[in-house]
Design a protein around this ligand. Sequence first.
Ligand SMILES: Cc1cc2nc3c(=O)[nH]c(=O)nc-3n(C[C@H](O)[C@H](O)[C@H](O)COP(=O)(O)OP(=O)(O)OC[C@H]3O[C@@H](n4cnc5c(N)ncnc54)[C@H](O)[C@@H]3O)c2cc1C
Ligand SMILES: *[C@@H]1O[C@H](CO)[C@@H](O)[C@H](O)[C@H]1NC(C)=O
Ligand SMILES: *[C@@H]1O[C@H](CO)[C@@H](O)[C@H](O)[C@H]1NC(C)=O
Ligand SMILES: *[C@@H]1O[C@H](CO)[C@@H](O)[C@H](O)[C@H]1NC(C)=O
Ligand SMILES: *[C@@H]1O[C@H](CO)[C@@H](O)[C@H](O)[C@H]1NC(C)=O
Ligand SMILES: *[C@@H]1O[C@H](CO)[C@@H](O)[C@H](O)[C@H]1NC(C)=O
Ligand SMILES: *[C@@H]1O[C@H](CO)[C@@H](O)[C@H](O)[C@H]1NC(C)=O
Ligand SMILES: *[C@@H]1O[C@H](CO)[C@@H](O)[C@H](O)[C@H]1NC(C)=O
Ligand SMILES: CC(=O)N[C@H]1CO[C@H](CO)[C@@H](O)[C@@H]1O
Length: 541
Amino acid sequence: MAISSMLLFYVVLSLVVYSTALLSDDLLSVERSNPKSSKGSSTDLANIISQSSGAINAAEASITNSAGLSNAQRATTSCAITALIFPDQVFTSTNSQYSLEQDVNWSQTCWLPAACFIRPRSTEEVALILKIITRVGNKFAIRGRGHNPNPGFSSIDGSGVLLDLQDLNLLVFDLDGVLRAGPGNAWGDLWNTAEANNRTVWGAREQRVGISGCLLGGGMPYFPSLHGLAADNVVNYEVVLANSTIIHANATENPALFRALKGGGSNIGLVTRFDIDTYPLLHAQYSINTYNATDYANILNATIQVQEAMESDSNIDIFVTFSPLAITVGLFYADWLAQKPTVFEAFYNLNSLVVSSIPLTNGTIGSLTSSLAASSAPYNARRLPSAATTKADYDLYIKFHEQFLSIVQSSGIATYANLSYTIEPMSSAMVQEGQNRGGNSCGLPKISQTWWSLVIEWHNEANDATAQHALEALQDSIDGLARDRDLLLDFQFMNHAGPTQKVLESYGAANFDQIKSVVQSYDSDGLFQNLQNSGFLVGEL
Ligand SMILES: Cc1cc2nc3c(=O)[nH]c(=O)nc-3n(C[C@H](O)[C@H](O)[C@H](O)COP(=O)(O)OP(=O)(O)OC[C@H]3O[C@@H](n4cnc5c(N)ncnc54)[C@H](O)[C@@H]3O)c2cc1C
Ligand SMILES: *[C@@H]1O[C@H](CO)[C@@H](O)[C@H](O)[C@H]1NC(C)=O
Ligand SMILES: *[C@@H]1O[C@H](CO)[C@@H](O)[C@H](O)[C@H]1NC(C)=O
Ligand SMILES: *[C@@H]1O[C@H](CO)[C@@H](O)[C@H](O)[C@H]1NC(C)=O
Ligand SMILES: *[C@@H]1O[C@H](CO)[C@@H](O)[C@H](O)[C@H]1NC(C)=O
Ligand SMILES: *[C@@H]1O[C@H](CO)[C@@H](O)[C@H](O)[C@H]1NC(C)=O
Ligand SMILES: *[C@@H]1O[C@H](CO)[C@@H](O)[C@H](O)[C@H]1NC(C)=O
Ligand SMILES: *[C@@H]1O[C@H](CO)[C@@H](O)[C@H](O)[C@H]1NC(C)=O
Ligand SMILES: CC(=O)N[C@H]1CO[C@H](CO)[C@@H](O)[C@@H]1O
């Protein structure tokens, strides 16, 4: 009796406390529900919060008492409160670190001046920061490694704060073959760690790409026919939910969330750890070759032949990148063959080879991506991407390339922009491998298909609109040509998609509805929909 009335008293008290809680109390309760948290060896976050409670609550009171606050004012308050708790992890414009934080992105269109950049160092710190954001009601954006080129996705202007996850860089290889990785890692870090243990991990195609944005978008790896998309190999996610609860999502725990995260982007929570399956060290035989752009018809013919062979040989992988001046072909085979792989014969027979930037090599994905990084230095540019998916078809490829050339010609953009596109052939085996691992939310049909990545790069802000128009013309061209031939597929790959594309809708109604229902049950107040700056979001619930 005594115990249950005490319990009742406690429940009532905590309800009262909850509804009128001071921010500092709310933060303490988040902190206490995550006892692993520690700031350093001597002090812990609970002490810091207690000691700063006066200032924290005064800062919050200053905004709750004033009407009609702007986003910028809320953001500034959020920065100030966060800085009380993590003074050396919050960078405002007066800090010398600020410009380094601002200019981290792949595309210069994303070098936006956030109210502040916040660098959490642990999952528990992320939980505290989300609590501050919720209470202050300020806008925010999340950045893994900033490779998404869409402005406002992993960047935000002075109307909000940017959560920079680069210090969440845990990277541990477990003897059970699982790599546990924080969202601040890039794929190069994972390949190094996996290969040091004679293992291979499925990732992106380049070292510097962040693992977190990439995995949340599905992730296109080398050799997708062998083990599916990169995200298909994630066996467990650690996620901080909107209410600052830390949970795991895997095949048995929160399984709907687990599936939704495989392609669902930044809608549902902030992922603080990816546990990824690895495989015995993969022997990759590869070359990257540049051909004369005038030979496109033969190159497309060879591409189609390889793409057909992919349906019966899962060791094959290929990409082909077209620019007005050159065509670059990556040929990959998952074995160290004694002779050049015969499946690529159609390419060897071409007489338009200009240079092999990476000659035929026996290596690994790690050595391949190191060679790539060494042979292509990144350069700053403004960038815009766009995605499409079609069935494979020679006539479609030819007609599209001719329209590409005519768009380049008629727009005159070649003088100030690089317009290019890449054909990424995908096999039905890739889709099957994903299903074998429990499935993802991308809604891919189990057929041979082509993922198109269209990109424009330019330097001058004055050309933003014309660059965008040229890319739109290219997108209209592939969509129109493929639709006319009944070759257009719905899927739009998040990691290739432009800011206005309807990526989640492209997964099909059933998958889109499932992602929406997961958002509804894990973030019913819509923190990630309403306060997150941008992204491929489900929108109003
Ligand atoms: C040079 C280059 C090569 C590429 N090659 C490939 C490739 O081979 N295969 C491929 O699949 N993609 C590739 N991409 C695309 C790349 O996967 C995406 O741009 C991806 O978003 C990059 O991840 P990031 O962590 O750097 O992204 P960011 O730009 O930091 O984030 C992307 C999105 O994810 C959200 N986000 C990031 N981290 C989290 C998190 N922990 N929790 C919740 N939301 C989060 C961000 O808010 C943002 O909306 C490439 C991109 C570039 C620039
Ligand atoms: C990896 O394999 C090589 C060659 O078989 C071997 O020498 C090395 O000890 C292995 N490393 C580990 C960490 O198992
Ligand atoms: C799934 O989550 C539960 C709960 O956190 C955990 O005990 C279990 O180990 C996880 N499974 C995997 C494969 O990580
Ligand atoms: C490409 O081929 C054309 C003729 O088809 C030729 O004029 C041109 O010099 C070639 N370019 C290179 C780089 O070999
Ligand atoms: C591709 O080239 C081969 C010759 O190498 C030819 O037989 C075939 O018809 C061509 N295919 C198409 C679709 O043009
Ligand atoms: C790759 O390895 C195979 C098997 O060891 C060997 O026969 C072949 O010559 C090697 N190829 C290259 C390009 O090194
Ligand atoms: C076009 O690409 C080249 C590298 O291939 C680069 O040096 C140049 O700056 C790019 N131009 C633009 C406008 O982005
Ligand atoms: C946080 O949200 C999750 C998912 O909706 C819910 O299960 C959990 O009870 C919530 N926790 C608190 C403390 O409200
Ligand atoms: C600070 C920083 O890392 N800036 C990088 C932004 O991205 C470009 C590539 O586009 C790099 O050259 C910069 O070093």
